[in-house]
Write a protein that binds this ligand. Structure first.
Ligand SMILES: Cc1cc2nc3c(=O)[nH]c(=O)nc-3n(C[C@H](O)[C@H](O)[C@H](O)COP(=O)(O)OP(=O)(O)OC[C@H]3O[C@@H](n4cnc5c(N)ncnc54)[C@H](O)[C@@H]3O)c2cc1C
Length: 416
């Protein structure tokens, strides 16, 4: 079933009786070529590109809950490619390019909205750092524009430019950045994978790996044993727990990150705005709610809820740049479990165990990576070699001393 304006019109005139569920509910088979563990954004996009681009369709995605129940449906929906380091920037730019054609590609409305993202700067040295970042972005083929105070004032007149503590001196704009409706991304990829023959199996928790003489030959699940030539794990916040079942210890810690939504307001924000002297980012949803967030809670946890000190810290960040936000009422908030790596950058790699592959360590930036992560993971699974843009995302980079420390905070996962 293809979606189109004509289809909507035809269904509207015939009582909407022709719509069908957008994926099947298959029983797990005994064996697959590739078993993907985790039905989040990355697992589903991997399955989609495996089937569509690399022609591998004997694939199952195993999800312990329902598709999209994890961070893919919990994030603040920001996409961008405003990275500095050569290990990161080409990868995130590939992702942004894939976002730009995604809705046509998988024929699903994911409400991709390139409204722009502005990173505010508050001092001269910070402006210089953003100039450097903007140049790095342009050299990788991305767009970047430095806005001075006057240009920023035209775009966002309500910002507190003369705040005594954090005066706003300008911003780095990436006009192609923006937001995407997060759960529609999961549904679109799921539908695209399912229609190409991939089995999407919900309520199927992986409880162990089938090992034979050091080779991974499948998985044990709550719905029985499933054999596979290749097992591809991408379970985000559950990475350490799942990989420990194969005896692997990862350079990853799990932390909670919260998100917040205000009551619906008239359109006020042009795009995404981020605070440069603290951690606060905000956009406005199509329903009018201000969608915002800040730092992780800072302690290890698998709970999908956070604590009050961070609520205060996030709201203080918002008040520092746009005091008007204090007039809006908070409607809802929730938490997700983040797979924070030691240098703040992800992994897409083979593991030391033959037949077992790993994708994770996305910290709180993995939503924007969903298309490229799936594409590059599928490339690795299909060809057994890394995609050129994901070459640096190796598990052994700490041993080799090749950290990708975008923020420069050192091996300190709760600071990235
Ligand atoms: C509050 C919040 C705000 C965020 N904001 C942004 C943002 O604005 N921009 C951005 O780029 N990123 C953001 N992120 C990060 C982003 O959401 C994640 O990095 C990304 O979604 C992780 O990849 P995923 O979609 O595959 O994860 P998930 O959706 O969590 O998928 C992993 C899946 O694995 C399943 N699973 C776990 N264990 C097992 C098992 N044993 N067997 C089977 N299945 C299992 C889980 O149920 C889950 O569905 C945010 C995250 C949060 C929580």
């Amino acid at each position: 079933m293809r979606y189109s304006a004509l289809k909507i019109l035809a269904e509207g005139l015939t009582g909407n009786k022709g719509w069908r569920p957008i994926w099947r509910q298959p029983e797990p088979k005994a064996e697959y070529d590739v078993v993907i563990v985790g039905g989040g954004g990355h697992g589903l996009s991997t399955a989609y590109y495996l089937a569509k681009t690399f022609g591998i369709t004997k694939v199952a995605v195993l999800e312990k809950g329902w598709l999209g129940s994890g961070n893919i449906g919990r994030n603040t929906t920001i996409i961008r490619s405003n990275y500095l380091l050569p290990g990161n920037e080409p990868f995130y730019e590939l992702s942004l390019k894939l976002w730009e054609g995604l809705e046509q590609d998988f024929n699903y409305n994911a409400m991709i909205s390139q409204r722009g993202i502005v990173n505010l700067f508050h001092s001269d040295p910070q402006r210089d750092a953003y100039v450097r970042r903007g140049n790095a972005m342009r050299m990788a083929g991305a767009d970047a524009e430095l806005l001075d105070r006057e240009a920023l004032g035209k775009l966002c007149p309500y910002l507190d430019f003369d705040n005594a503590r954090f005066p706003i001196k300008g911003g780095l704009l990436q006009a192609r950045g923006g937001t995407v409706r997060h759960d529609a991304v999961a549904w679109g990829y799921a539908r695209g994978a399912d229609s190409r023959g991939v089995d999407l199996i919900q309520n199927c928790e992986v409880t162990g790996f089938l090992m034979n003489k050091g080779v991974c030959e499948g998985v044990e699940t709550s719905r029985g044993t499933i054999r596979a030539k290749k097992v591809a794990v991408c379970v985000a916040g559950s990475s350490s727990r799942v990989m420990s079942q194969a005896g692997l210890r990862l350079p990853i810690e799990s932390h909670v990150l919260q998100a917040f939504v205000s009551e619906g307001l008239k359109p006020v924000l042009p795009g995404v705005i981020t605070f440069g002297a603290g951690h606060f980012y905000v956009s406005q949803s199509d329903k009018g709610g201000l969608v915002f967030g800040g730092d992780i809670d800072g302690y290890n946890s698998y709970a999908q809820r956070g604590n009050l000190p961070v609520v205060e810290d996030v709201c203080e960040g918002g008040m520092a740049i746009m005091p008007m936000i204090g007039r809006a009422r908070l409607l809802r908030m929730w938490g997700g479990v983040m797979d924070m790596s030691m240098d703040g950058s992800p992994f897409i790699d083979k593991t030391p165990i033959s037949g077992l592959y790993f994708n994770g360590g996305w910290c709180y930036g993995g939503f924007k990576a969903t298309p490229a992560s799936g594409y590059c993971y599928a490339h690795l699974l299909a060809k057994d070699e890394p995609h050129p843009t994901a070459r640096e995302y190796r598990l052994d980079r700490f041993r080799r001393g090749h950290m990708i420390d975008e923020k420069g905070s050192g091996a300190q996962p709760n600071l990235h």
